[in-house]
Design a binder for this molecule. Structure first.
Ligand code: NDP
Length: 386
């Protein structure tokens, strides 16, 4: 029987890698919904090729354009937030959650409510509302499979293991574009320089977040949520080659490392075929040729985001939603040329320190998360405009 699949964020880097895998075996899948935002041409082309039931753009003003691009096919065109949610709720077996940012939270949550298997790339969902996401999955008999390479690696290293035997989880970080830059040059780092990753080919926002280490900071929180380990059990290790994605340390001293090429199709394919392992079109590593793998401790002066993530975990409540929203707004400011690279960390810290505690201490509902998100964005914008 064909598996019914939907891809939220189909036009992005993760979405396109997912489509690459699905398109290699079209007879195995019924594509239900594909969603995007600004890239109408790509969305329509993929929806037609994969014979999706529906294609949705989050941008309401682009509906006519999407309809036009889909003419001559049976694919239904839709646009706007409600259409996005409706697409996420369509019956499916497997849904890829790969919208970027907090915008991915509600569609992913709605998909979980339908009892699907959710391949979760949108780390912001767990950072902003981890407890709500996990609680919903449990209540709706849905399953979440990690797609972030580090969390997929931990998940794989834990197969057949007892969580009580886990001492620590180590997630690796390439160090991003500015790993080896002198600290005094960072303030002048340009958008172009921050948008180029040494190893991974990813969307622009996550690439910049890798340079600032906000990506790894979010992954620290994501690790805590996924695997239920304490913050002091999670370590970040700088590993410039990006071959080892994560390691799990057990109480007998063993370290189980997941090694693979920096290609997201591995983690996506693992989530797509889980619990089986199917052949995937990724490079097979020649370790003799690679010869050396290197590691170093992260420098929290260079990357204050890591310290901030630990403070967020300590604070609990909706601090993650505030942290993420402030980070997204600061990132918008950097991309727009309004602030320098180092200001992003300062703005996030400022918003976390000055946020009215009632927003952070509110119960974790979708509405309260959205409210805390909005408050944090406003606060971050005020700091940017000062
Ligand atoms: P991209 O920026 O490449 O793609 C984002 C996707 O979201 C696109 O389909 C985009 O549409 C859509 N989108 C953008 N804004 C909105 C919105 N407001 N509402 C609905 N849809 C929207 O991101 P990535 O693929 O790099 O990342 C996606 C998620 O996966 C992120 O959470 C990221 O942290 C995570 N992730 C990514 C990895 C990677 O290798 N890229 C690795 C691990 C995790 P359009 O392009 O049409 O505008």
């Amino acid at each position: 029987m064909k598996r019914r699949v939907s891809i939220l964020g189909a036009t992005g880097s993760i979405g396109q890698n997912t489509i690459d895998l699905i398109a290699r075996d079209p007879d195995a899948y019924d594509v239900v919904a594909l969603t995007g935002a600004g890239n109408i041409e790509q969305l329509a082309a993929d929806a037609k090729n994969l014979r999706a039931d529906i294609a949705v753009t989050a941008d309401e003003s682009r509906l006519d354009e999407l309809r036009h691009a889909l003419r001559g096919s049976d694919v239904v065109a839709a646009a706007g937030q409600n259409a996005l949610i409706e697409a996420a709720c369509r019956p499916a077996d497997w849904v890829m959650s790969a919208i970027v940012g907090a915008a991915g939270l509600a569609p992913g949550l709605r998909a979980l409510e339908q009892g699907v298997t959710l391949a979760l790339a949108n780390k912001e969902s767990l950072v902003c509302a981890g407890h709500l996401i996990l609680k919903t999955a449990k209540a709706c008999d849905a399953r979440i499979l990690p797609v972030d390479s580090e969390h997929s690696a931990v998940f794989q290293a834990l197969v057949g293991e007892d969580m009580d035997a886990v001492e620590r989880v180590i997630i690796t970080a390439s160090g991003g574009a500015f790993r080896d830059w002198p600290l005094e040059r960072l303030a002048d780092a340009t958008l172009e320089q921050a948008s180029s990753h040494p190893n991974w080919d990813m969307g622009q926002r996550i690439t910049i977040d890798s340079a600032s280490m906000f990506n790894k900071a979010m992954e620290l929180i994501e690790t805590r949520e996924y695997f239920g380990v304490r913050p002091d059990q999670i370590e970040v290790l700088v590993h410039p080659e990006s071959m080892i994605h994560a390691m799990v340390g057990f109480r007998d001293g063993a370290l189980m490392a997941h090694v693979g090429p920096p290609d997201m199709r591995h983690a996506i394919g693992y989530a797509l075929h889980w619990p089986e392992r199917q052949s995937l079109p990724v490079e097979r590593l020649d370790l003799a040729r690679i010869a050396t793998l290197s590691f170093r401790a992260p420098d929290e002066v260079r990357w204050p985001a890591l310290r901030l993530a630990r403070e967020v975990m300590e604070r609990g409540g909706l601090a993650g939603a505030v942290f993420n929203a402030a980070k997204e707004t600061a990132l918008d400011g950097f991309i727009a040329g309004q602030i320098g690279f180092l200001r992003m960390g300062e703005i996030v810290e400022d918003v976390l320190n000055t946020m009215d505690p009632s927003h952070i201490d509110a119960a974790m509902t979708l509405d309260n998360v959205a409210h805390a998100d909005q408050m944090a964005r406003q606060a971050a914008r005020r700091v940017i405009e000062q």
